[in-house]
Each structure stands twice: as C-alpha cells, then as structure tokens.
Write a protein that binds this ligand. Structure first.
Ligand code: SF4
Length: 382
C-alpha cells in the first residue's frame, strides 16, 4: 500500500455549491470515526487477496480529505495517525512521507496546528475559495477573508510550510467578484501550491435551486474561460507550474498523493464514500456516514460497489488522466498520421508536442473532454 486516503465526512454546514457525501454535525463523533476507519483498515490488510503490509516502507502518502477533516479534534487526528503507525509497525513516519490534511481556515488555531504537526501532518490544503467576504457568504462558507491569511501564518509558525490554497473561479457575474484581485491576494501569501476549481452546478444543491428560480445566473462559459486563462498567466508569471488541469505548484511542491491518482497508480481509501483502486478494479464505500459506521461495527464490508475495468475503460482512463497532466500522452500510443482533429488542435495552439508527447496547453485543458473523445476513437493499443 503506497497511497492511503481517509475520507472524513463531517462539515459544519453545507456550502451552496457542494453535493459531496457529507455529514453535517455540530458534535463530531470523533472516537466513533477513528474506531471505524481503523477497523476498516484492519479488514483491508487482512484481506486474503492482498499481500501482507507490515511496515510503512511502501507507504508514500496519506491524505485526510473530506468533508472537513479539520473538524476532527486535533487529539483525534493525532490518535488516528498514531494508530496508523502501530498498524504499519513503525515508530515514526519517515520525513519524506507526505501527510496532507484538508482544513478550513476557521479551524486553524495555534493549538490545532501544533498538534497536527506533532502528529505528522506536513502538508495542509486550505479551503480558502475567495478573499471576498460577500462571495464567501454567498458560498455559505464559515470563514471570512481575514481568516485565510491568519491560518497561513499560524500553520507556518507551527512548522507546516507546505500549504495549498483552494480557490473557486467563475462565480456568477452579479456577485461582482474580482478574480484578479483574489489571485493577487492568494499569491501574496506565497503558497506552495494552488488548486483552482471552476464553479459547477450540481443537482440538489442550494445553487441549483437558486438558478432554477432565477435568484442566481447560470454558468457562463466565457467568464469561466477568461478567469481560467487569467489564472494561468498570473501564476506562470509568479513561478508556478500548472502540472494538472486544476493544480499549480512551485517547483518541488506538487501534490504527490494526487499525482498518484493522475498517473493511474493504486490507492486505498477508507471511510464513507472513499474510493480504492488496486490497478485493475475500483471499489467505493457506502456514502452515508451512519450506514458506513453500522456496516463496519457489524463486521460487514462497507464496500457499496466494485467494478473491474474493461480494456476499453482502462484505455479511456489512461488517455484522460495523461492529458489532464503536463506529462501528456506518448505520441507512440497514437495512430499515425495523427488524426486530423488532433492536427487542428496543434495548429490552433490548444496542444503541443513536447518530448514526443502530446501535451495540452491551457486552451486545450478548457476543451479536454472534446480532445479525449476525439482520441479515444482512434487510439492504437500501445
Ligand atoms: S466544507 Fe467542503 S465538503 Fe463541506 S460542505 Fe463545504 S465544500 Fe462541501
């Protein structure tokens, strides 16, 4: 096991755009959560179908995502990581192990950050989303802009320098959110990494309801493209590399955990709604916290669904994942001559050939689905 994901489903309230599988709780059932995921881990490790894992020598990354993992008390996070060390029979995690915690700015206190660092957290992905208080309120976020800078300073003071900021772009025009100003505010904090997501409208969210009754504008593709391209030019000017369609990093600060997903490597996921992939089959857990907890407590598997990927699915996924990143797709896996649609992409500057690989430019990443559709009709088996 090299990459371990733990899904922590708890949130204070639901953000206006979010359709994730979460559990809104005032009181976080921390002990129950820690017990459940550790029980699931023991079940996974004793599965007769997998090789024994008695040390962390193979373990490269741990990622606590959500939900809002920072809603767990610091002691629960420390206890969880201590138990993981016991399960993997090591006294301490090696420094080079990447251990990420997703956190909301309002949860970053001096005590919490110190506890996280002592527990082994060495990377924090901070849900900033915007530096505009009006936009934050509209999103139903539970922090204001001032908390973001304070959280970054607190994390650094506790010894956590590897900080990523999440930002959302393409907000409705009526909010008059200044995306360029938000980028400058984020860059001024000198984060190691930035994740930028365009607002999407998911069914059964407050945002979808607002749009259906005319209280918010529907998505605007032009605004989306403009803001996405502005982010590319501003971040490039400040030394960040976009290494994936939504992620940019300073040199040496790419997310190793997420990079494993994008390069098709196996990973194990624990917790409600967590996904796992063993290189051939993908499975995902029961999404609702209570159903997951009851299954694990009763000694039943929490896996809700499992599928073995067909050759066609694997090929589609390989192309899609490769083109999402700056690694691109080897030309050797494409039929020659190149499909005429792909040649048009190259002529228009939406993609380029770099070191014998087809790599998207920002304009291509905006149209990624179309390129993948075109290529997967014509791929030769490599
Ligand atoms: S904090 Fe994150 S997971 Fe929770 S509701 Fe908001 S966007 Fe969704």
């Amino acid at each position: 096991m090299q990459h371990l994901y733990l899904h922590v489903p708890f949130c204070t309230r639901r953000c206006s755009y979010c359709d994730f599988s979460i559990a809104v709780r005032k009181r976080i059932p921390a002990r129950e959560y820690v017990d459940a995921v550790l029980q699931e881990l023991r079940r996974v490790l004793t599965d007769p179908g997998r090789p024994p894992a008695d040390s962390d020598h193979g373990l490269e990354t741990i990622y606590l995502g959500g939900g809002t993992p920072s809603r767990l008390p610091g002691e629960a996070i420390a206890s969880l990581l201590t138990s993981l060390r016991e399960v993997f029979s090591v006294t301490s995690f090696r420094d080079e192990l990447e251990v990420t915690l997703e956190a909301n700015p309002e949860d970053v206190t001096r005590d919490a950050a110190t506890t996280w660092r002592r527990a082994g957290i060495n990377r924090v992905s901070l849900g900033a989303q915007s530096f505009d208080d009006r936009a934050l309120q509209w999103m139903h976020r539970s922090h204001d802009a001032a908390r973001i800078g304070a959280a970054v300073r607190t994390l650094r003071a506790a010894g956590i320098d590897n900080i990523s900021l999440d930002l959302i772009f393409a907000l409705p025009a009526e909010l008059a959110r200044d995306w360029g100003r938000d980028l400058e505010r984020a860059l001024a904090l000198l984060p190691a990494h930035l994740s930028l997501y365009g607002l999407t409208v998911e069914e059964r969210t407050p945002l979808a309801r607002w749009i259906s009754r005319g209280a918010a504008s529907p998505p605007d593709d032009e605004r989306y493209a403009e803001e996405y391209l502005l982010a590319h030019s501003r971040l490039a000017a400040c030394g960040y590399e976009f290494y994936e369609v939504s992620n940019a990093a300073r040199q040496g600060c790419r997310s190793r955990h997420n990079s494993a997903y994008w390069s098709g490597r196996p990973y194990a996921g624990l917790g409600p709604a967590a996904h796992s992939f063993d290189g051939a089959a993908r499975r995902w857990n029961l999404p609702a916290w209570e159903a997951y907890r009851r299954a694990v407590a009763a000694g039943r598997s929490p896996v809700a669904f499992q599928e073995t990927l067909s050759d066609e699915q694997r090929e589609l996924e390989r192309v899609y994942l490769a083109l999402r990143t700056d690694a691109g797709l080897p030309l050797a896996s494409l039929s020659r001559p190149l499909p005429s649609a792909t040649v048009r992409w190259l002529e228009r500057g939406w993609a380029e050939v770099r070191d014998e690989r087809l790599v998207c430019r920002p304009e291509g990443w905006l149209r990624l689905d179309a390129l993948v559709r075109d290529l997967t009709d014509r791929l030769t088996t490599s």
